[in-house]
Design a protein around this ligand. Structure first.
Ligand code: ADP
Length: 626
């Protein structure tokens, strides 16, 4: 039979495995046992929901065997097994969706990331094996097939024989090298140690025939050996165990095994709830966003168990969108096994559980924020955007729940503050919470509008993500303080006296401003301002749409472009103000040129494009040559 080639991306991953960039080779066993357990889960579930499948829970098992002479390690299970097509499909390619896309987008990144993101799965066995055979018979079929491969050059699938359904994986363990003693994987004690370490919580028995040596009866120096089948694991799922007796490593191993993330999670939330509805939950807050987190491909949800039986891989209704980063499991005896997604949505118990979980997550996040600030900042950098989306999503329906969780960089030291910290540190006479938007913290820091507010000693929230302003607008007010964009026209920083004076000045120069406005059609108004300190000009806005919003919304692929209503503000303390007044009296042509230059200058500062760069450049050159 001709050998088949692996799919390109599988080949690459396998290549990585064989050349073993992943130093912890031990994990291959956990991966294979976890696959076996998943396969049993599937059949167990069928046995509970389909009367024609008559298997008792106690009959399920995973069996391990080593043969030092033949250098083989065998992992067998009596789970659902695979058909010929499934063998080809599942083992000839990486099952994970999106993996190809991920590879393309991340070609430049280190290989280790790929493994971190996907979990190494079945292929990890190639780290320790010269060749692998997978014999399998699907439940309900009487045909068995064998898949054989010795690495990158491909695989074969051929008919085989098996007495019963399930899967038998045989690894031909590599010869020892100077660096690695592969023979360890042929030692019972090593296998036992690995099972205890990585697979203890698997809910089906993991058995192995272990050689026992004891004194021969009636003798005091002669020994005899015999084989005894031992169960190596405790079988109690981790979430059902006593919290006090679970080590951090056990929690983390469970996490990486289940959720394919080899970075340790930021937080583990393990709870047991009794009341209207009973459930255990084991939730994790990851330390980084998965590569596809902010895309449509990402699917939120928690694994749902009913009394230890997996009933749904991703129950999405258990998590609100704004907490979609949470991974974990929920196990409740109050849920029926035969439950479809549609029915689940209506299930009262599930709603109660979801509510409870949401509160738990929020409480833990608030705790982290106040007690482990650094950790929270790490969390924030990965998932803060999601919380901000949550605020403005659904017309702000959930804003009150989320507003306490927000962090912003501030003008002061560019450190993060929460809104309540901001309010606590406000100056006595300060009435509003100020924010400024821009591409980067440094760019915002240089905005002309920021200068004056800073001079007053007021802190400013610096917003660099496009969702920031939408979220802040949705919040509107916090603890009675209005949230104000420093670029809004009515900033109200002046004293009554200053205001009056400015008003007078603007009134006096009314005709000058009308003349200038006629030169630049797309501003609502031209006027003097007190808001600037060293800069000659800036743009402010009236109405709901700010300049940042204009940029964001126009970057989206929609036909209707929006435009912020802009005001060109001129610093009346700047020498340029005097010049404008003079030109209005003596040289209107030059005033026109100045107006164009100043307006385009203001646009450039805001990061807006200028309509006619050539004209702008020649106007400047002309002025420079005067
Ligand atoms: P993953 O387990 O993450 O999906 P793997 O590469 O480890 O990825 O396995 C690929 C697929 O092969 C599994 O999703 C499963 O469908 C199938 N598979 C692996 N091992 C077994 C097994 N022991 N019994 C039945 N199916 C299996």
């Amino acid at each position: 039979m001709a050998k088949k080639e692996f799919k390109a991306e599988s080949k690459k991953l396998m290549d990585l495995m064989i050349h073993s960039i992943y130093t912890n080779k031990d994990i291959f066993l956990r991966e294979l046992i976890s696959n076996a357990s998943d396969a049993i889960d599937k059949l167990h579930y069928r046995s509970l929901t389909d009367k024609s499948v008559k298997i008792k829970k106690k009959d399920f098992e995973i069996f391990l065997a080593v043969d030092e002479e033949k250098r083989t390690l065998t992992i067998s299970d009596n789970g659902c097994g695979m058909t010929k097509e499934e063998l080809e499909k599942n083992l000839g390619t990486i099952a994970k969706s999106g993996s190809l896309q991920f590879k393309e987008e991340n070609e430049h990144k280190k290989d280790i990331d790929i493994i971190g993101q996907f979990g190494v799965g079945f292929y990890s066995a190639f780290m320790v094996s010269d060749s692998i055979s997978v014999k399998s018979r699907a439940y309900g079929s009487d045909e068995a097939y064998e898949w054989i491969s010795s690495g990158v050059d491909g695989y074969e699938v051929k008919p085989s024989e098996m007495d019963s359904y399930g899967t038998i994986i045989t690894l031909k363990i590599k010869e020892d090298t100077e660096d690695v003693t592969y023979s360890d994987y042929l030692k019972e004690y090593k296998i036992e140690e690995l099972v205890k370490k990585y697979s203890n919580y698997i809910t089906y028995p993991i058995k192995m025939e272990v050689e026992h040596r004891h004194l021969k009866e009636g003798s005091d120096n002669e020994y005899e050996t015999h084989l005894e089948t031992e169960v190596l694991n405790d079988m109690v799922p981790l979430w059902k165990r006593d919290k006090k007796k679970i080590t951090e490593e056990e929690y983390n191993t469970f996490y990486s095994d289940k959720f394919f993330d080899y970075e340790t999670p930021l937080k583990v939330i393990h709870t047991e709830a009794e009341g209207l509805v009973s459930f255990s939950s084991l939730l994790y807050i990851p330390s980084h966003a998965p590569y596809d987190y902010y895309t449509k491909q990402y699917e939120k949800g928690l694994q749902l168990y009913s009394n230890g039986v997996l009933i749904m891989e991703k129950a999405e209704d258990l998590l609100p969108d704004y907490f979609s980063f949470v991974k974990g499991i929920v196990d409740s005896p109050d849920l029926s096994l035969n439950i479809s997604r549609e029915i689940l949505q209506q299930d009262k118990n599930l709603k109660l559980i979801a509510k409870n979980i949401e509160n738990k997550i929020k409480k833990e996040l608030l705790n982290m924020m106040s007690e482990e600030k650094e950790k929270y900042e790490k969390f924030w950098e990965s998932f803060g955007m999601q919380l901000k989306f949550g605020i403005y999503d659904n017309f702000g329906m959930n804003k009150d729940k989320l507003v306490d969780l927000l962090l912003f960089a501030t003008s002061k030291d560019k450190d993060y503050v929460s809104l309540s910290e901001y309010v606590k540190n406000m100056k006595e006479e300060q009435t509003s919470i100020y924010y400024a938007c821009g591409e980067t913290l440094d760019k915002i820091d240089l905005l002309p509008q920021v200068e004056r507010v800073k001079e007053k000693g007021y802190s400013i929230l610096y917003c660099t993500e496009y969702v920031d302003e939408f979220a802040l607008k949705t919040i509107g007010e916090f603890e009675g303080k209005k949230l104000v964009n420093v670029s809004k026209e009515d900033l109200d920083l002046d004293s009554e006296e200053e205001k009056k004076e400015l008003e007078k000045l603007n009134e006096k120069n009314k005709d000058l401003f009308t003349f200038m406005k006629d030169e630049i059609k797309d501003v609502e108004e031209v006027r003097f301002t007190n808001r600037l300190k060293t800069h000659p000009v800036c743009l402010s806005t009236v109405g709901d749409i700010s300049i940042e919003m204009e940029k964001v919304m126009n970057a989206m692929p929609v036909d209707n472009k929006v435009e912020a209503k802009k005001i060109l503000e001129i610093n009346n303390h700047h020498p340029i103000a005097k010049k404008l007044e003079d030109f209005y009296k003596n040289d209107k042509e030059r005033l026109k040129d100045y107006t164009k230059i100043l307006y385009n200058e203001a646009r450039l500062i805001e990061g807006l494009p200028i309509e006619n760069p050539t004209e702008f450049a020649s106007l400047i050159s002309e002025e420079l040559s005067k």
